[in-house]
Design a protein. Sequence first.
Length: 94
Amino acid sequence: MTKTLLITYFGPFPGVSVNPSGVTARQVADVLADESAVRVVTREVPVSYAGSSEALGEMLTDIRPEAVLSLGVAVGRGKVSFETVSYKNLRAHE
């Protein structure tokens, strides 16, 4: 049975006219395209907390992936890093 990997990414927003997370998502999908054991689905999520949460919930229900990789960009960060907590979201609750 083929497994499904959902890769999400964000679209452009002020200061980032071409969001590299979308470029990266499509590159990963292309690399995995020949892998018969993995079906890769890429989807753009809205650049908003409420919109992205709702969209992701719908994607999980519709696509039912075995794994999800969510990509984003941090303006000014010069390296790849894993984000475990949304710093903006964390500050919004202070």
